[in-house]
Design a protein around this ligand. Structure first.
Ligand code: GRF
Length: 197
C-alpha cells in the first residue's frame, strides 16, 4: 500500500481528483495519510475533512522562520509514515534541505508543458496568462519530480490541451485542469503505487 501525503495551498481540485480516483479504482494500492496546507483557509482542507482524511494547516507566519516551518512540516510528514509527497496546487517553494530529505519522493503537477511557462513566479493563472500572451496553440500539464530547482525535476508525464480562440486565462486554466491535470496526476500516482514507474 503506497501511503501518500498531499501538500496543498488552495482549492484542492487536484486533491479531489486523487480522492475520487482512489474511490473509483483508477488509483489502486494507495492511501492518503495526510493532507497538509500552508494556508489555514484552504478549501482543500475541507475536501480532506469531508472524507475523514487527516489534515493539518501549518501557516508560515505561526513560525519564527521558514526553516522552523519546514522542520515542522517534515516532522508531520515523517510521522505520517508515508512514502510519497504529492504537491497538488501547493504554492510554496521548498528548500534544498526539504527536497533532499525526500529524494525522488516528491512529485508536482504544473499547469504547462515544461519547459514552457515554468520556473519562479509561474504558478496558477499567471501560467495561462503567459501562454495566451505568447499565442501558443497547444499547452497542457506536466507531472515531474521535485528537486531544488523550481519546476526543474525529471519530467514523469505530460498531457497536451488545445488553446481555443477567445480563451481567457480562467477558461484555459479550467480546461487544462479538467483535460490534463486531473488525469495525469492520478495516473502517475497509480503507476508509482503499482511499481510501473
Ligand atoms: C492549479 O492551477 C494547478 O495547476 C496548480 O495549482 C492550481 C490550483 O490547484 N498546481 P488546486 O485546485 O488547488 O489543486
Amino acid at each position: 500500500m503506497l501511503k501518500i501525503r498531499v501538500l496543498v495551498s488552495g482549492g484542492g481540485t487536484n486533491l479531489q481528483a486523487i480522492i475520487d480516483a482512489i474511490e473509483n479504482g483508477k488509483i489502486t494500492n494507495t492511501q492518503i495519510c495526510l493532507v497538509a496546507s500552508n494556508k489555514k483557509n484552504a478549501y482543500a482542507l475541507e475536501r480532506a475533512a469531508n472524507k475523514g482524511i487527516k489534515n493539518i494547516a501549518l501557516s508560515k507566519k505561526d513560525f519564527e522562520s521558514a526553516e522552523k516551518w519546514e522542520e515542522k512540516l517534515i516532522e508531520e510528514i515523517d510521522a505520517s509514515g508515508a512514502e510519497l509527497v504529492v504537491l497538488a496546487g501547493f504554492l510554496r517553494v521548498l528548500s534544498e534541505k526539504f527536497t533532499k530529505h525526500y529524494p525522488d519522493k516528491i512529485i508536482n503537477i504544473h499547469p504547462s508543458l515544461i519547459p514552457s511557462f515554468c520556473g519562479p513566479g509561474y504558478y496558477g493563472l499567471k501560467v495561462h496568462e503567459e501562454a495566451l500572451k505568447k499565442g501558443v496553440k497547444v499547452t497542457g500539464a506536466t507531472v515531474h519530480f521535485v528537486n531544488e530547482e523550481v519546476d526543474g525535476g525529471r519530467i514523469i508525464a505530460q498531457k497536451a490541451v488545445y488553446v481555443q480562440d477567445g480563451d481567457t486565462p480562467e477558461v484555459l486554466q479550467r480546461r487544462v485542469m479538467e483535460q490534463a491535470e486531473w488525469i495525469i496526476l492520478p495516473q502517475v500516482i497509480d503507476d508509482i503505487a503499482n511499481n510501473r514507474l
